[in-house]
Design a binder for this molecule. Structure first.
Ligand SMILES: [Zn+2]
Length: 399
């Protein structure tokens, strides 16, 4: 089966994950895809295949050749974003002309800088009704196609290849129940990035922050010198954070404070923030800043008026991954040998690989070749998936 045939098969399975559901996997379709992948892997003659009760699929291909080759892991997630719920009926635009793409339901893909560069390729697009699911079924299809290439009788030398397909990445839980021991790799790569050549090993340091304001309410007619309006104090808190350090004004390595929700009346008010920064020192300063504002407002309005609760979410995997430069060099070489210029860039978010890196499995992220993830204008060139399969082949291949 080609990487395209696999991709078209996988995107037709509905695997949208759901944050409101507590169990894992959060939606039953993920196990349907998981079972399909496990069966396909067994069909390739791989003996060590297992889907556990939570839908994690593990498999390994034994090493061929010298005993000192590293065990390399490859990981992709099976769920898709609930941005626009899938699945779609995928369409192929053959020999794309570089212009506007008209989707089946009338949606038009146009005006993206990367489009002219894809001219001449065959693009898989949606019917305009949902996400495509290239994030991350392109990663799944590329890894599966690699497995096929590594299980044929004349497969090249390679170390042990460890494969995992995980559930619920899009709702931030993909690493929660990942069994690093069972997986058995020395290091791994998530295949879950965008444009061909992306190599990512830096992500944000992340925390959430809940600000609770307790005011004093009293009839407005007799409120003079008595009322402390919690909503107004919350607004004062928000106003003391730098307006230019918000997601809508930052890029690259610039961190931010992001107000994700607020509610309040005179009596109580709440603000919900997420804090993000690649730089660990600046990240700590952000946490200190919100606490300082709380302290200042308590001095002004009375102790106990404002409370600030901080909770760390994930950390920048750079501090782990850069201890093993050979992992990055290996990926860069695989890209270059395949004729693809590697593009190293910081992720403005987190990845399961970041969590796995702190669980003892160094795990940078590689491109899948796709664009416009999480929306109905998502697309991926067939040639990018083929090229990425070649990159993975060079990545795991031994001398
Ligand atoms: Zn993804």
């Amino acid at each position: 089966m080609t990487v395209l045939e696999r991709f078209l098969k996988y995107v037709r399975v509905e695997t949208t994950s759901c944050e409101a559901v507590d169990c894992c996997p959060s939606t039953p379709g993920q196990k349907i895809l998981g079972a399909m992948l496990a069966e396909e892997l067994r069909g390739m003659g791989i003996a060590d295949v297992e889907m556990d009760e939570h839908g994690y699929v593990y498999a390994s291909i034994p090493a061929i050749g010298p005993a000192d080759q590293p065990a390399i892991g490859l990981i992709a997630h099976m769920d898709t974003s609930d941005g626009v719920k899938g699945p779609t009926d995928p369409q192929i635009t053959r020999h794309y002309d570089g212009g506007a793409i008209h989707l089946k339901n009338g949606t038009v893909i146009d005006g993206f800088d990367f489009l002219p560069g894809l001219a001449g390729m065959d693009l898989v697009v949606t019917a305009g009704d949902s996400v495509l699911g290239a994030d991350d079924k392109a990663g799944v299809a590329e890894i599966m196609t690699l497995c096929e290439k590594m299980t044929v009788p004349d497969a090249p030398n390679h170390g042990k290849i460890c494969i995992a397909f995980t559930p619920d990445e899009e709702i931030g839980r993909g690493a929660d129940l990942f069994d690093v021991q069972r997986f058995g790799a020395d290091f791994a790569y998530t295949v879950d990035g965008g444009a061909l050549g992306e190599l990512e090993y830096e992500c944000f340091n992340a925390a959430s922050c809940k600000v609770t304001v307790r005011g004093v309410n009293i009839h407005p007619g007799s409120a003079k010198n008595q009322m402390k309006n919690a909503s107004l104090i919350a607004m004062e808190f928000a106003g003391m954070l730098p307006a230019w350090e918000r997601p809508e004004h930052t890029e690259g390595y610039e961190g931010f404070y992001h107000l994700t929700g607020m509610q309040g009346d005179e009596e109580t008010a709440e603000l919900h923030y997420i804090l993000r920064d690649h730089d660990a020192r600046k990240f700590d300063e952000r946490k200190e800043t919100v606490q300082h504002i709380g302290t200042y407002l308590n001095a002004k309005y009375g102790e106990g008026t404002v409370s600030v609760e901080l909770r760390d979410s994930y950390r920048n995997m750079r501090e782990i991954v850069e201890q093993y430069p050979e992992i990055l060099e290996r990926a860069q070489k695989a890209f270059l040998d395949s004729g693809v210029e590697p593009v190293v860039q910081p992720i403005r978010g987190g990845t399961d690989g970041a969590r796995l890196s702190f669980m003892g499995l160094p795990c940078p992220n590689l491109s899948t070749g796709g664009y416009n993830f999480h929306g109905r204008k998502e697309l991926i060139p067939v040639q990018a998936m083929e090229k990425m399969t070649e990159v993975l082949y060079r990545l795991v291949k031994g001398e």
